[in-house]
Design a protein around this ligand. Sequence first.
Ligand code: HEC
Ligand code: HEC
Length: 629
Amino acid sequence: MLVGVASSAASANDPILEHDVLPLLQKRCMGCHGGLIQKGKLDLRTLPSMLKGGKSGPAVVAGKLDDSELWQQVIDNDMPSEGEPLSADEKQLLRKWIESGLPTWTQRKDKRDNPLLPADKKHEPARVAQAIDQHIDAALKAANVKPAPVADDAEFLRRVYLDLTGRVPTPQQAASFLDDQSPGKRAKLIDTLLASPQFGEQFGRTWREWIAPPELPSDMNSGRQPIEQTRALGKWFAKQFNDNHTWDRIVRDVLTANGELKNNPQLIYFGLVGQNAQVTAEGSARTVASLFMGVQLQCAQCHDDPYRDWAQHEFWALAAFFGGTRGDFKKVEEKPGESQIVIPKSAFRNAGTKVQISFLRGPTPKDKKATWRPRFVDWLTANDNPYFAKAFSNRAWFYFFSRGIVNPIDDFRELNPPSHPGLIALLGNEFAASGHDVKHLIRAICNSKTYQRTSAVTHDLNDQQRAAQTALFGRAPVRVMSPDMLFDSLKLAFGDPKLDLRSIDPKDGNTNGESAAVGDVVLQFQRDFCINEEDTTDFTHGIPQMLTLMNHPRLQAGSKALDEHLKQQKDLTPPQVVEWLYLATLSRRPSDEESAEAVDYVKNASDAIDAYKDVLWMLVNRSEFMLIR
Ligand code: HEC
Ligand code: HEC
């Protein structure tokens, strides 16, 4: 904690260490004054290290420009010693920060870190949802930004189906929700979807993707990608979620498993995150930190992190828990191991040094020899673990909103504060108090007004207000469907579970031009329609994807679902069929204008069935179809 350093002169507009000063120093200074290189013995990564300063004394002194070596170097353009000098604005920022007493986020009084609900017990989802909204609304109000209104039923319906089941609703499901007049129908639908097997499937494949993205053969494994085994991992996760296993139990089953892959599909995790198809302590440590603790340790493997306050020995102290675990894509085995690990040659600095096993910024186990993975998981999944519950909650939030409360989602640390501290505390508390009940957390988020707001841009806001509204979760983000979601939604609309959209001529190869076309229909689609996992609002689909959807003969050949519908219901009028097509694709009814236009087209066509196929083709080719709005 950095409390007590700054003077009380700080006001709300002063620059803040974490938000304003560190990003500037990281960009312009830490390459020479960070964890790896410390010119003049100066480390600018943290406030204590700045106060300690370098060869010439403290880099900064609260309220005293003349005594602050950093200011002296910057004002004369002596620093940075290479590249452009700092701009007038950047200098002004540093000056104000020093003059106002080096304010930090940690000591601010208005930071709203009260979670609003007591931490010691689980609450009703509706109560948690209400608390979520209080957090979000308070921050919007403080920034003087109006939130967007709540979405209408159709927008909510499509979003919640895609988010919770990974596909659009069928026309029947859509119509029955839209026509339902009962007041609690949204909460009821959320419950129904959480109870469906597609829920586990969707969250299982999402975790599969977070562990091993399918787009590219894994470099870590020199191009070897165990596709079937990775899919089996996704299915394994799906079953755990559908069986309501708690997150601590799931993670324990992944991280402590031993034996042969054929009996334990989750074991592929260790091989996937290893190197050259071998399990490695550093691969396990790096990904366990990122996926289950929300901590980026990867830059501390070979040297101290140049920008963050993580030391190389902290990385290896964590890696030591995985030092006794050996294996490959076929089996994994842990033998009782030493409480020390030797930094290998591949780690560049300090190779050969012995590092004592230790929990990250936590206690050091006493035993000299043990089976370490279960010990690690005991610590990780304990209710008072500082990382575990918050990391999952933040990832869940990111899944729905495309941005974490802590950003990036695996960069929890004191100097990277959350946008809504009380909210991340609330979600973490609630998740821990519920025994890490995944559906409980998700039910609470989906029942919030925050989740149910429209994504439509309201025109009474200027650009700045609109950006603030998005940043503060005052409007739902528009996201791009994951490849799995898009493929499943197309399969539904075309009534074809075996839909194959690979290039017809194998010579055409992969439309991304990155690697050779693969024989696997699903993998090819996943690669062709891959999205930016770190920012799902980033529309990555370009001409190749558009051309596939527009030109692929399979999508012009009509829909078995439509044929079936027309066969079952003989006397449908053109407006009824058009409505059905809209429900099957965009999960909403057409506007009067849209309906009239399509009906007109059908009536003027020589063959009505062909015309309906054209309407379907037109609908799946709208950007609206591939977006989660
Ligand atoms: C390209 C490398 C490089 C960059 C970038 C750089 N510095 Fe330096 N810095 C140096 C060197 C070299 C020294 C002098 C060390 C010596 O004299 O022993 C130094 C010295 C300093 C000192 C004096 C340390 C002491 O106690 O003697 C301060 C303060 C300082 N730099 C601040 C900054 C700030 C602030 C930035 C970013 C705006 C920055 N530096 C960017 C290389 C760099
Ligand atoms: C597998 C080992 C390894 C990992 C992991 C690693 N580095 Fe490095 N890094 C090195 C080596 C080796 C050097 C070269 C050091 C030297 O030449 O003194 C280096 C140098 C650097 C430098 C200094 C470059 C220069 O010479 O100015 C920076 C900055 C850096 N790394 C950042 C990072 C960041 C950020 C990460 C995490 C994303 C990272 N490193 C992860 C091995 C690694």
